[in-house]
Ligand binder design. Structure first.
Ligand code: SAH
Length: 461
């Protein structure tokens, strides 16, 4: 059968193809003689001529040669960098279709991976699909001809695509990029070359507090000694009154990690402030803060609804980061316990609690599974547990320790529907059913989707 398929499709063939679905990575897919053909930048319903660039035994990859009949969901792409930039996946599909795809992605994960038939209730969105991000890290590179590139990496690569005005970022960020470029050219500040590991300027990293308007600009350089850096600070400060901090981050390592831990404040306080769910948060260059704060508020509100706190409960916020979820629920809880593995995040969480006058929250730097086990064995009664693990989800140890605490409710927040569904299936084995699922679109135009699920114990009959 596979031999026959191979003979049907060859590299450089041009075929008529109807796109029928999107993969979880956002690529369109159609079938040719029952073989799946993936074509990026297509929309379900497109009829295209695909130029085949790769043929494997059970699938093929093509590129668009011509769109014969566009899908009714196709929209005119508004970004010149879309076909090469690794940022957005959906600038060619209308937002309603994108939301439908994301909701279905979560539903499919639950039914196919989790074997759970609970229906995804709805997909929530802040509605803002442009300029919703409050943070950007622009890599800087130079072409052999000496042209400076500032933008984003191409898909699955470290090739810098020049893109100054990304439609996901605040408009004023572009102005700061221009100022840095001009300054570097004027004072001969060299641009880092990843292959040769030479040059100074690596990244321009900008954050903005949407509620406060405060802006931080961080220059990532390979050395502490940067010529005329004070001139750059002067130029930036005089360009925008909302700039509160200018920081130099020194990263001389040969690494993919953008920031080192070595931050030097060049001007201002070294941090900015913003608000989330009515609470104040201090944001340092290295501290985690939700990149789409409006979306995060919607997510946290749904999580709070699922937690259904009455003021009498002890809430365990596992994987708490800088404490935002637990702190946003603290006023409705008797006690909040937060656990997180990164020491700096725990320091921030403690400070955030203090700054907001929250006295019923404690934070511990620990591994989730060890902490959950210890809390469970200590006999502390935990009523509600919020889980917000990284992409890989919870380990079996964590699931065991969490179920051993016998909480009234588990609120599971996840950025990966596949590991969420897998873990919910594990919880189900221990008697915790997935009662409700809500998807939240925190990252419009990308394939990423957040989900919050409510699990409660169902007595086995
Ligand atoms: N709840 C937070 C952060 C969620 S991101 C918020 O909404 O802002 C997931 C967090 O889990 C990260 O902060 C990461 O550092 C932490 N983490 C990863 N592995 C962990 C582990 N084994 N134990 C505890 N925390 C962990």
């Amino acid at each position: 059968m596979s031999k026959k398929r191979e003979s049907v499709l060859k590299k450089n063939d041009e075929i008529n193809l109807e796109i029928t679905a999107l993969t979880s990575q956002g690529s369109g897919v159609g079938r040719f003689n029952s073989m799946a053909v993936f074509v990026e930048g297509t929309a379900p319903g497109d009829l295209i001529i695909a130029h085949i660039i790769l043929v494997k035994s059970n699938y093929a990859v093509g590129i668009i040669k011509k769109i014969l009949k566009p899908s009714k969901h196709r929209i005119v792409c508004d970004c010149g960098a879309f076909s090469s930039c690794g940022g957005c996946s959906f600038r060619h599909i209308d937002y309603d279709e994108e939301l439908a795809f994301k909701k279905q992605r979560v539903q499919d994960a639950f039914s196919r991976i989790g074997g759970i038939d609970t229906q995804v209730k709805e997909i929530l969105t802040a509605g803002k699909v442009e300029r919703y991000r409050n943070k950007a890290q622009y890599p800087v590179a130079m072409t052999p001809e000496g042209k400076t590139l500032i933008g984003f990496y191409a898909k699955k690569s470290h090739r810098v695509i020049d893109c100054r005005d990304c439609l996901l970022q605040p408009e004023e960020f572009e102005t700061f990029l221009r100022i840095v470029e001009k300054w570097a050219a004027q004072y001969g500040v060299t641009i880092y070359n990843e292959k040769e590991k030479k040059g100074l300027l690596r990244h321009i990293y900008i954050r903005k507090g949407f509620k406060t308007g405060q802006i931080m600009i961080c220059i990532v350089s390979t050395s502490r000694v940067v010529p005329k850096i004070e001139k750059l600070a002067d130029e930036l400060i005089s360009s925008n009154v909302n700039i509160k901090s200018i920081v130099l981050n020194v990263n001389s390592e040969d690494t993919n990690v953008v920031l080192s831990t070595d931050c030097i404040t060049l001007w201002g306080s070294g941090f900015i402030e913003d608000e989330l769910c009515g609470l104040k948060f201090k944001i340092s260059p290295l501290s985690f803060f939700q990149v789409n704060p409006e979306g995060a508020e919607i997510l946290y509100k749904k999580a709070a609804e699922y937690a259904a706190l009455s003021g009498e409960e002890t809430l365990l916020d596992l994987y708490c980061g800088t404490g935002t979820i637990g702190l946003s629920m603290a006023k409705n809880a008797k006690r909040v316990i937060g656990v997180e593995i990164i020491p700096q995040a725990i320091e921030d969480a403690k400070e955030n609690a203090k700054e907001n006058g929250i006295c019923n929250a404690e934070f511990f730097c620990d591994d989730a599974s060890g902490a959950a086990k210890r809390i469970s064995e200590s006999g502390t009664k935990i009523d509600v547990i919020v889980l917000d693990p990284p992409r890989k989800g919870c380990s079996k140890d964590v699931i065991e320790a969490v179920t051993a605490m016998n909480p009234k409710r588990i609120v599971y927040v996840s950025c990966d529907p596949a590991t969420l569904a897998r873990d919910c299936a594990e919880f189900k084995k221990a008697g915790f059913e997935t009662d409700e699922i809500t998807a939240v679109d925190m990252f419009p135009r990308t394939t990423h989707v957040e989900t919050v699920a409510l699990l409660t114990y169902h007595r086995q009959s």
